[in-house]
Write a protein that binds this ligand. Structure first.
Ligand code: FEO
Length: 171
């Protein structure tokens, strides 16, 4: 059985993951408006991933006898100065999420909650990927800033991203 303290912390994290999904959907809308459909698509895929993260925490709570309590989701920003600034905001947001996951891991260790510790290891690894993929796009955007048509080519590249619901999360 999961403790009340860990239940509360996971409920906060479910909210943070849903906020992330909301933020990335807002960024998708920003890119649609800029006529950059590949970047918009990348953000929609990112948003879907965040929904699956929320679901993963929700399932963990249910399996451990905890109760998911959904709270209001804060409204995300809607405008960024440029595509580079928007992807830099992704990188900053993911760094923040990493620190939230680290906080949950710290709590699991303090509480001798080995099941949550094992579960959270997936998120520790996932955050390494999340930060790396945001940093990769930031790096590419800086490179293409000087080249004619570079943004167009990068937009085409980002259109190829796919999301597959992990089999353990399918209902
Ligand atoms: Fe759910 Fe992008 O971290």
């Amino acid at each position: 059985m999961v403790s009340q303290k860990m239940t509360d912390a996971i409920n906060e994290q479910i909210n943070a993951e849903l906020y992330s999904a909301y933020l990335y959907m807002s960024m998708a809308a920003y890119f649609e408006d800029l006529q950059l459909p590949g970047m918009a698509h990348w953000m929609v895929v990112q948003s879907q991933e965040e929904m699956s993260h929320a679901l993963r925490f929700y399932k963990h709570l249910n399996e451990r006898g905890g109760r998911a309590i959904l709270k209001a989701i804060e409204g995300p920003e809607t405008q960024w100065a440029a595509p580079l600034a928007c992807f830099q905001a992704v990188a900053e947001h993911e760094a923040k999420v990493t620190s939230l996951i680290n906080g949950l891991m710290r709590l699991a260790r303090q509480e001798d909650d080995y099941a949550s510790e094992s579960f959270l290891q997936w998120f520790v690894n996932e955050q390494v990927e999340e930060e790396a993929s945001a940093a990769e796009v930031v790096g590419k955007l800086k490179l293409v800033a000087e080249t004619q048509g570079g943004l167009f080519m990068l937009d085409k590249e980002l259109a190829a991203r796919v999301f597959n619901m992990p089999p353990d999360l399918t209902i």
